[in-house]
Write a protein that binds this ligand. Structure first.
Ligand code: SAH
Ligand code: SF4
Ligand code: F3S
Length: 441
């Protein structure tokens, strides 16, 4: 099996993309090589997501294609990793004959052994969750990287048990990673030419690391990473509204290289739905936090996640979501229709009782409103001069560079003598729905 090549494809959130880099590192250590060409691979790993039913359906479809590849190359090994592997465990082996290997998010160190088992003709499974695994000592292979921005996973798991959410079941207990290994990883990345890191966790605000009796909370960690170098930009995701502290906002204000963008998922604008969802804050408490953001960080972008049509959501509740969106004026939002996930609190205790067509109509209204808000947000940027970190050539044309401003908006502008990794000042002249367009001044 050694000297064989692996290919990883990733679905789901940023944490999964970060995990795929850890998997690549473990496989390379185990003597396997990576390939970017799926046709050239001896093993294909699919790192999966369970967050909504359609995320799992996409993976099921993809497995049909894997079956086709395996017919052409019977020696091909197909492995499923990540949250769907964790959720369905050995049941997958019965349902999906094409799979040879199943590994949950905390068992990636076991992959070389699992591969050996596959080699000896057995199917291999490890879906044990851990209370301590953080892969702190593994330096991720930047598998699909632009060489400029990278993810650093700072914690794993989640214990918030939002009623709709599968994450606590598939990712296990919340645990924070050793803070020193995090700053070291940021330093190494900087010296390798990276200029932006995103610190990742399901709820970064509850990060906590205790060493020699001293506690480091998220604000302290962020400060240490910001001090690595003023030319290294820091982002983070995701913040939970119930734990977003003033101290964090003050830290953000003190460091220019901590990007002024906060992703603060609200889910609903109705206090009774928030309570039903077990989110741990009310509408007013959420609004108080966004007001605090605006007062500490006047130029900070605020983005969010919204779920349409959660159990028992009335028309009144839905209108409260729309009015909260207007009130905050989100710069960006990810918007979803509620999808019942087996074994969650909501699946056990509530009825998924908002009819599909009403869910869809409410989602439509939410999306339409957000389009208007994003338009207003982009319009406000016209005429401004913003600092942009150049990431690459624009996807559409080699005559344009593409990068982002501190607020995480994509900015494109005609190519100059600069290179990816440089900071430039760009005057914004116009915009499309997803992009600001300008010129270097
Ligand atoms: N930890 C993050 C969110 C992780 S999941 C947080 O708490 O903010 C990303 C988003 O998926 C969630 O914010 C939520 O909006 C959405 N989501 C999660 N479960 C869902 C479900 N069952 N149906 C629809 N959307 C869901
Ligand atoms: Fe899911 Fe809630 Fe945890 Fe986010 S905080 S991952 S929505 S349980
Ligand atoms: Fe999906 Fe797992 Fe992330 S369920 S959203 S890949 S933590």
């Amino acid at each position: 099996m050694k000297n064989k090549k692996f290919f990883i494809e990733t679905y789901g959130c940023q944490m999964n993309f970060s995990d795929s880099e850890i998997v690549a590192s473990i496989l390379e250590e185990g003597g396997f090589g990576s390939t970017k060409d799926i046709m050239d691979a001896d093993m294909i790993f699919i790192n999966t997501c369970s967050i909504r039913d359609n995320a799992e359906q996409r993976v099921r479809k993809r497995l049909e294609y894997m079956q086709f590849l395996k017919k052409k190359n019977p020696g091909l090994v197909i492995g499923m990793l990540g949250c769907m592997a964790e959720r369905l465990k050995t049941q997958l082996l019965e349902e999906e004959q094409v799979l040879d290997l199943i590994a949950g998010p905390d068992s990636y160190r076991d992959l070389p052994r699992l591969m050996a088992e596959v080699e000896s003709g057995r199917k291999a499974v490890n879906t044990l969750l851990s209370i301590e695994e953080t892969y702190a000592d593994i330096s991720p292979v930047r598998y699909d990287s632009n060489g400029i921005s990278a993810f650093i996973s700072i914690m794993r798991g989640c214990e918030n048990y939002c009623a709709y959410c599968v994450v606590p079941y598939v990712r296990g207990q919340e645990r924070s990673r050793d803070g020193i290994s995090i700053t070291q990883e940021a330093e190494t990345l900087f010296h390798r030419g990276f200029r932006e890191v995103t610190l990742l966790g399901q709820n970064v605000n509850s990060y906590q690391w205790i060493q020699d009796g001293t506690k480091t909370a998220f604000a302290g960690l962020l400060e240490k990473v910001a001090q690595v170098n003023p030319l290294l930009r820091i982002r983070f995701a995701t913040s939970h509204p119930k734990d977003l502290s003033d101290e964090l906002l003050q830290t953000m204000a003190r460091y220019k290289n901590i990007c002024k963008a906060i992703h603060l998922p609200v889910q609903s604008g109705s206090t009774s739905i928030l309570d039903h969802m077990n989110r741990g804050y009310t509408r007013d408490q959420y609004l108080e936090r966004t007001t605090a953001i605006r007062s500490f960080l006047p130029d900070c972008a605020i983005s969010t996640d919204i779920i349409a049509g959660f159990c028992d959501e009335t028309e009144e509740d839905h209108k409260e979501t729309l009015s909260l969106m207007e009130q905050v004026g989100f710069d960006y939002a990810y918007m979803f229709r509620y999808s019942e996930r087996p074994e969650t609190l909501a699946a056990d205790r509530y009825k998924d009782n908002v009819p599909a067509e009403i869910k869809d109509r409410r989602l439509r209204e939410i999306i339409d409103l957000q389009q208007k808000l994003s338009y207003q947000s982009n319009k406000k940027d016209v005429g401004k001069t913003v600092e942009v970190l150049i990431e690459s050539f624009s996807k559409r044309s080699d005559e344009f560079f593409s990068g982002r401003n501190s607020q995480n908006k994509v900015v494109i502008f005609p190519v100059t003598s600069n290179n990816p990794g440089d900071y430039v000042r760009v005057k914004i002249n116009r915009f499309t729905s997803a992009t600001l367009i300008g010129e270097v001044i």
